[in-house]
Design a protein. Structure first.
Lengths: 271, 321
């Protein structure tokens, strides 16, 4: 399903967080959202999964404004895996966590049906967490948890995946495993990624966000230029496509460039 | 429950209890000795039923409040509801010298609990949203304010009033009458059923606010609805039984340890266990120290806490959260 964000403005406590953000993800695309801390990446995601109402502008998933949909209708289209610290999942098993993904498909009086059990079982198998199915979610390792949360999102049967730092704190193998899993789903994905190397590997296209605005968007190699890395991320580095097709970033021996302050003339010329 | 009805200052054979209860429920069979009938049907039966309803109500509110503020320490006491009820009751008792179980004290306690609930609700908001941490802190603060007002009133009270106040605050179902039961049972049963229907959404709430939003739950509205329902429920049961601690905090954890945290199972099982627990505690409260009665609040914790601590030692699940 197609995701369209059109001239999005978000202001929090009179502080503009996002300004005039426009972006698109076509069906099946994996779009990476990169940018330094505080650039507005997570805020942008919140507008997509309907947690933060835009001050101006529209987020459309599958052609409809998500704020014109009911919360449950929106959650049947877009599923999210987030860095959420406010919950308390003690006592819920892995299967029960994955079953939460079925809740947008049900009203107060509905009970779980065969379709729910099938969706949950499928998501569990797909994410390879069958052996953990009866474990207490709280007892899992970080990598295991992320796979379970991804299974929960898949059980939602979404047409858009919203991922916030899915691979944070995971060991290197777990990271690559998750990337493969996401690619294999074929679902349109909007992912915030801190690790530029991983972003380059996973995404079809990247969007660079800096101080609440889109600096540049496009194929990985066109976006991660030395100029952008210098001006937006404050590092000296080069990128090139290796013969195996993977884009790699090589950081300079002295990687620290001057700290990016307000957007420089140089960076805006890249748009 | 039948056993609990049969035992007391006068022990009635279990067979007689069955016969009397059946007679009143169906109109069939002999009544037997009018004095025994009086004891069983007018004193013990309503008392046992009330104990069950109060136990269920407190335990259910505990489960819901713990989910609403995503804090395992939450219960009607921590959120200030019980202190609000105490202040209401103490105001009436000291002002009028009303005896225990009087309608005035109950009504005032109910209003006190709802006032506390409303205050916590108003103070627990941040940028128009109910924030879990703020809710707990507001509850504790509101509780302290009510508690100090209550303490002040107690200092002014006559020794006789003070005894009534103490007994009320520690909780009792001794004043149970059939006339109270329709209202209390309607509130307890309805809210428990409605809250169980919210079970799936309560589960979603455990995933955290942002994740719950992404799962299609209007978190703020859900919190508001749950807070209203649970303060109504707590207010109702505290109004008739006084401030009984422990049940709302520990019974939910006991059940979680036993069957897990899926609210669709957790809520009904907690209601049943809470009901049974308070029936047993009430039975002990009127038999341990015959013919005197002990307040329920003393026994609930004295009996339950050691068992809970034992269970905690043998279960590692709680530490990993």
């Amino acid at each position: 399903m197609k995701l369209t964000i059109d001239r999005l403005h978000i202001t929090l406590d009179r502080q503009p967080i996002l300004r005039d953000v426009t972006l698109e993800a076509d069906k099946g695309d994996i779009v990476g959202l990169v940018g330094p801390n505080g650039s507005g990446k997570s805020t942008l995601l919140r507008a997509v999964y309907r947690s933060l109402r835009p001050t101006r502008g529209v987020v459309r998933v599958g052609g409809d404004d998500v704020w014109a949909l009911s919360p449950r209708a929106a959650a049947r289209r877009a599923a999210a895996v987030l860095q959420d610290s406010t919950g308390n999942t003690t006592g819920l098993s892995v299967t029960e966590i994955v079953s939460l993904g079925r809740s947008p498909h049900h009203g107060l009086l509905d009970r779980d049906g065969a379709e729910d059990h099938r969706a949950v079982a499928e998501a569990i198998d797909r994410c390879g967490v069958r052996p953990l199915a009866d474990r207490d979610f709280a007892s899992l390792s970080g990598g295991e948890r992320q796979r379970v949360l991804l299974a929960r999102a898949l059980a939602q049967h979404p047409e858009l995946l919203v991922l916030d730092e899915l691979t944070n704190h995971l060991d290197i193998r777990a990271r690559f495993e998750l990337l493969d899993l996401i690619r294999a789903t074929g679902i349109t994905t909007l992912a915030v990624l801190h690790d530029l190397d991983l972003a380059a590997r996973l995404c079809d296209r990247l969007i660079v966000l800096h101080e609440g605005t889109v600096i540049t968007a496009g194929p990985v190699l066109e976006v991660l230029t030395p100029a952008i890395l210098h001006d937006v991320f404050g590092v000296r580095a080069g990128t090139d496509r290796h013969p195996d097709g993977v884009v790699r970033i090589t950081y300079a021996a002295e990687p620290l460039a001057p700290k990016p302050g307000a957007r420089t003339a140089d960076a805006s010329s890249q748009r | 429950m039948m056993v609990a009805i049969s035992i007391g200052a006068v022990t009635v054979p279990l067979g007689d209890v069955w016969r009397i209860v059946l007679h009143h429920l169906t109109g069939a069979g002999p009544v037997g000795d009018p004095a025994t009938d009086q004891i069983v049907w007018n004193f013990r039966a309503p008392r046992v039923v009330l104990a069950a309803l109060v136990g269920a109500g407190l335990a259910v509110s505990g489960v819901v409040l713990q989910a609403v503020v995503s804090n395992p320490l939450a219960d009607p006491t921590v959120l200030g509801f019980s202190y609000g009820a105490s202040l209401g009751a103490v105001l009436v008792i000291t002002a009028t010298g009303t005896a225990l179980g009087g309608l005035g004290a109950s009504t005032a306690a109910f209003l006190g609990a709802l006032t506390a609930g409303a205050l916590v609700f108003l103070l627990g908001q941040r940028r128009g949203r109910l924030a879990p941490t703020r809710l707990v802190l507001s509850g504790v603060a509101v509780g302290y304010v009510f508690l100090s007002a209550t303490s002040f009133l107690q200092l002014q009270a006559t020794p006789n009033e003070l005894r009534t106040v103490m007994f009320w605050m520690l909780g009792s179902v001794a004043g149970a009458q059939w006339s109270q039961l329709p209202t209390v049972s309607a509130v307890v049963l309805t809210t428990t059923v409605v809250l169980t229907l919210f079970g799936r959404r309560l589960n979603v709430l455990l995933a955290g606010d942002e994740s719950a939003t992404a799962l299609g739950v209007d978190v703020n509205r859900l919190r508001a609805v749950l807070l209203v329902l649970s303060s109504l429920l707590t207010g109702t049961v505290i109004a008739v039984a006084g401030g009984i601690g422990f049940v709302g905090l520990m019974i939910p954890h006991l059940v979680r340890l036993a069957i897990g945290a899926d609210h669709r199972k957790l809520l009904p099982v907690t209601a049943l266990l809470g009901a049974n627990y308070l029936v047993i505690v009430d039975l002990l409260s009127r038999t341990l120290n015959r013919p005197n009665e002990l307040p329920l609040g003393i026994l609930t914790a004295l009996l339950g806490a050691p068992f809970f601590l034992w269970l905690l030692r043998h279960n590692k699940g709680l530490d990993t959260g």
